[in-house]
Design a protein around this ligand. Structure first.
Ligand code: URA
Ligand code: SF4
Length: 225
């Protein structure tokens, strides 16, 4: 390759990096403002019991977003998603496909813990999901992996799809066109099911294998431009 061509490529790469850095900064600022609003939120009764709201964490430039159900005991204590037993399973699942938390974004349908980890109520989901909608808007993920039934139901309805039973559709890839481009949705079982059930654990590990496939497709598409 000639010197001029090399210099040109280096300049293009530099410009792309600068653009990405600017985008990351803008997203950080939007997420910071969202976090402030979540921490002050009293839209449903769960606010009065929380020690910490759990907004989410990970890369704001992530291609993959995981959406769980709601914070549990340890999440409420620490203010971070999936840091208890289910979180340990999630970490193992990520590692099995060579992903780390910092490569993805992880959040939940509800940002505050329901008492005794009871199921989310419809009115709580309705009050809280505008925050999740905003997170999706900020991050613009290429892939959303739903963890468990509440996440599946919400994400499918958001994109006008009818969710069949998780036992039927887990691990399958659903494609929707959105204003921000093509989005793949993968329904997964909740990692908590794997804690005491080794058969389910195997199913989850098997289903997770679709992620690297999708991500390499994504990567190739970007390389081709
Ligand atoms: N279960 C969830 O759905 N989310 C968490 O953050 C932790 C456990
Ligand atoms: Fe607000 Fe959501 Fe917490 Fe309810 S669960 S108080 S809607 S942040």
């Amino acid at each position: 390759m000639g010197l001029a061509k090399k210099a040109e490529e280096a300049a293009v790469e530099e410009a792309e990096e600068a653009k990405e850095a600017k985008e990351a900064k803008e997203r950080e600022e939007r997420m910071r403002r969202l976090e402030e609003r979540v921490k002050a939120c009293k839209k449903c009764e769960l606010w009065s019991l929380r020690r910490n709201a759990v907004v989410g964490e990970g890369s704001l430039l992530a291609d993959v977003m995981f959406v769980g159900e709601a914070p549990g005991y340890y999440e409420d204590l620490k203010g971070r998603p999936f840091v208890g037993k289910a979180g340990k399973v999630l970490d193992e699942l990520l590692a099995s496909v060579h992903l780390e938390r910092k490569d993805v974004y992880i959040c939940n349908v509800l940002k505050c813990r329901p008492p005794k980890n009871r199921d989310p109520k419809p009115e709580e989901i309705e009050s809280c999901t505008p925050f999740l909608d905003e997170q999706i808007e900020i991050i613009q993920p290429k892939v959303i992996a739903t963890l468990g039934n509440y996440s599946l139901q919400y994400i499918f309805s958001k994109f006008n799809m009818k969710a069949e039973k998780i036992s039927k559709i887990h691990g399958r890839i659903f494609t929707v066109e959105t204003l921000n481009g093509t989005l793949k949705i993968i329904p997964l079982y909740h990692p908590a099911v794997a804690i005491y059930n080794s058969a389910m654990r195997e199913v989850l590990f098997e289903d997770f294998k679709v992620l690297p496939k999708l991500l390499s497709e994504q990567h190739n598409k970007r390389e081709r431009g």
